[in-house]
Design a protein around this ligand. Structure first.
Ligand code: ADP
Ligand code: ZN
Length: 729
């Protein structure tokens, strides 16, 4: 006898999807894309319905319950999830769990669906007499139907009028789902699109066949900040929308790019597109509503950070990945995917155009463009031919020990203050000082969970771990030698701010880092004060380098370029080049030209020298040569295996055993390690890594295919994380 069989991915680390019988009572509601409750051993588990087929039910257990009234994703997304799971060697159910909005992983429909009243105009002709009722009726008639919250964008209190209009027969009342959307009530200033510059027109012409065709077409859009990339995104998307297709826009971090979201809303809002913005500031309810609205096909443009790459849009015509080089596209734990790489995979499977935009493309992305795997589009100049800022490197060797600001930077700051122009100082370290040091015995203070030095925060007199948030009050006397000579060493943004305040007492100085922007609205208010010229000098971490368009900034200072350069990671030069270029791009966005001063002890390093001469290609060539020699990406492929656990010896033994097993099957894959991770201890857990390096992907994939079997030999208390294409090692 034939029955309906469901293929289900369990939301747990299980290698393969399982089959279940769909009982007749659930035939109607069991659709691909819903969550199910199913028996698993002696427990019950949540799973995702991937496929339905008629088949032999022998030996299959029945589905216990269907948890969603409507699918959370369309069947088209299943192959994408499956390929992503294969590529990253991660269980499919866990991949889908990561993809879905938070709060849906557990038992039932935990998040309530809100409902609200919907008003529809009837055929009844004529007008009521009250002015407010007239106004409300006109609004509903113009739109056909409106919900209360939509009406409230125009009329503050429409309730009485609505009730009366229903009584009079002008309106009919029904119920609809209310979408929680924090952006719905925000005012929008419509923007008229400018005439493209000659360069923009050339880029758009090259995109044209891809946008009107139905093929996978990936492009790198390489252009300095201010070269008009966003305008290209907007026009390309406009064209896709006109064909009834949809757009997905990925940005590194929504909170840091309100201007970009604003431009999208200004261009499309109220027109043919409904925009959903997915970001970490949404409540679970808001995200759930946005997700389901997207799945129902009510949204044409989704803008979001990393996880939006899974948004359940269908008819996808274009995916934009802005600032594609940003490290925040890589998820650092759990399912360790890279959103840019998944955007390419998704674009391929959806036959969409994929636009990767950057002023400083990732070395791997640029190499793909060079080899012809993706198209290459370039915007060389800034719009309105604004000059790129002049960049100077200042060798800190000439600055007295213990001083953090060189004479050229101080002079430039002073001159800028005199002229009433704004300055921006980048220092990639928050807090007052990176550590406290006992001058008598040399003792420092370390995190008991992570073994790295604790950062001194003077404002709230705390020593804090920036990895696990451990904190303690700093001791008066050294616990080691009882001496009273404990000093803060090095400099963080807090100290920089206070040193500047001493030197320039008349200047209005502010700080932008995670500590000063933790409060809701604080970041926005800093940006507004900056735009309103209420700040002379803004000090901050790399947060200040991102996406802002402050027209008054004419001086940018980088206090210590070596902090990123000396990071123990083969991408440190790439990161440094990108960060310096990006922060330099903050200077001279307005009428006046910009100037950039970079302080360093490595002025001859190619990453700095090339950044100073705006020479991306020069940087790429040196960096590519270095990568090629060492077999690093894009000329080799990496997988990092991280073993962690509370018992350090147990972790070390497990790592040793895993390495031996891998060696036997390695072939051309190099097995490096085991070695302690750069953070050898994190949140109390010891961490050891094994790096797999291979000239080709297939041999690496063959080795990874053995992992499920090898995993079984790893003892309890030791966890294994697989990081394909790792970003931090
Ligand atoms: P990017 O995304 O590369 O940093 P933008 O698209 O933000 O560049 O463009 C930089 C500035 O130039 C913005 O203020 C934008 O409004 C303006 N702009 C872009 N294209 C044009 C154009 N064709 N004509 C006039 N102004 C433009
Ligand atoms: Zn810690």
């Amino acid at each position: 006898m034939s029955s309906l069989i469901a293929t289900v991915a369990i939301a747990a680390p299980i290698d393969k999807p399982l089959s279940y019988l769909v009982p007749d009572s659930l035939r109607e509601s069991a659709r691909v894309g819903v969550r199910l409750r199913v028996p698993l051993g002696r427990r019950q588990a949540v799973g995702y319905l991937l496929a339905l087929a008629e088949g032999d039910p022998a030996g299959l257990k029945p589905v216990a319950e269907v948890l969603d009234a409507a699918p959370l994703f369309a069947p088209e997304l299943v192959p994408f999830f499956t390929r992503a799971a294969e590529y990253y060697g991660h269980p499919l159910g866990e991949v889908i769990r990561t993809a879905l909005p938070a709060g849906l992983s557990g038992r039932g429909a935990e998040i309530a669906i809100l409902r609200e009243k919907l008003y529809t105009a009837t055929d009844l002709p004529g007008q009521p007499s009250s002015a407010l009722q007239k106004e409300v009726l006109a609004l509903v008639r113009a739109a056909g139907q409106l919900t209360v919250s939509e009406l409230r964008a125009h009329v503050a209190a429409p309730y009485g009028a609505l009730r009366r209009l229903v009584e009079l027969g002008y309106l009919e009342e029904s119920e609809t789902e209310r979408r929680r959307d924090p952006f719905l009530d925000l005012p929008v200033t419509p923007d008229a699109s400018a005439t493209p510059t000659a360069e923009q027109a050339a880029v758009l012409a090259r995109l044209e066949p891809a946008l009107s065709g139905g093929e996978f077409a990936p492009f790198l859009l390489h252009g300095v900040t201010g070269s008009g990339k966003t305008e290209i995104y907007l026009r390309a998307i406009d064209q896709i929308l006109a064909q009834g297709r949809r757009a997905l826009v990925l940005v590194p971090e929504i909170a840091l790019t309100p201007q970009l979201v604003g431009r999208f809303r200004a261009r499309f809002h109220g027109g043919r597109a409904s925009i959903a913005v997915l970001h970490s500031g949404l409540s679970d309810g808001e995200r759930y509503d946005a997700w389901r609205a997207i799945a129902r096909g009510e949204v044409q443009i989704v803008i979001g950070a990393r996880s939006a790459v899974f948004a359940p849009l269908d008819k996808l015509g274009i995916i934009v990945v802005d600032e594609e080089h940003e490290a925040s596209y890589k998820q650092g734990e759990g399912f360790r995917y890279h959103a840019r790489d998944l955007a390419l995979l998704r674009g391929q499977m959806a036959y969409a155009t994929v636009l990767l935009g950057s002023a400083t493309p990732a070395v791997t992305t640029f190499q793909r463009a060079q080899s012809g795997q993706t198209g290459y589009l370039e915007l060389r100049g800034r719009v309105l031919s604004r000059e790129l800022p002049q960049i100077e490197l200042v060798d800190l060797a000439a600055t007295p020990f213990g001083e953090h600001l060189s004479a050229p930077l101080l002079t430039a700051l002073e001159e800028n203050l005199t002229r009433g122009e704004q300055s921006l100082l980048l220092l990639n370290r928050r807090g007052f000082a990176p550590y406290l040091l006992c001058a008598d015995c040399g003792a420092t203070f370390r995190c008991p969970n992570c073994e790295i030095t604790l950062t001194f925060h003077r404002q709230n007199r705390l020593l804090r771990c920036h990895y696990c948030d451990y904190q303690q009050t700093p001791p008066e006397l050294c616990p080691n030698c009882n001496g009273g000579n404990i000093h803060p060493e090095g400099i963080g943004t807090e100290r920089l701010e206070s040193e500047l305040a001493e030197r320039f007492p008349e200047a209005r100085i502010a700080r932008m880092d995670r500590d000063t922007t933790a409060r809701k609205g604080a970041h926005q208010s800093l940006m507004e004060r900056m735009t309103g010229r209420e700040i002379d000098i803004l000090v901050g971490t790399q947060m200040v380098a991102k996406g802002h368009d402050f027209h008054g900034v004419t001086l940018v200072g980088v206090v210590n370029a070596d902090a990123t350069l000396n990071f123990p990671d083969f991408r440190s030069a790439e990161r440094t080049f990108a960060l310096l270029t990006q922060v330099a791009g903050r200077a001279g966005r307005g009428e006046l030209p910009g100037r950039v001063i970079i302080q360093t002890r490595n002025p001859d390093h190619y990453a700095l020298a090339c950044a100073a001469s705006h020479d991306y290609r020069g940087f790429y060539e040196q960096e590519a040569a270095f990568r090629q020699e060492l077999g690093y990406p894009p000329f080799g492929h990496l997988v990092n295996l991280v073993l962690s656990g509370n018992d350090g010896e147990r972790v070390a033994a497990a790592a040793q055993e895993l390495v031996s097993a891998l060696f036997q099957a390695a072939g051309e894959v190099e097995v490096l390690g085991p070695a302690p991770c750069p953070l050898a201890k994190l949140r109390g857990k010891s961490r050891i890594q094994i790096l797999l390096k291979s000239p080709t992907r297939p041999s690496l994939r063959r080795l990874l295919a053995r992992l499920p079997a090898l995993r079984k030999k790893i003892p309890a208390g030791v966890a294994l994380a697989v990081d394909v294409d790792p970003v931090d090692m």
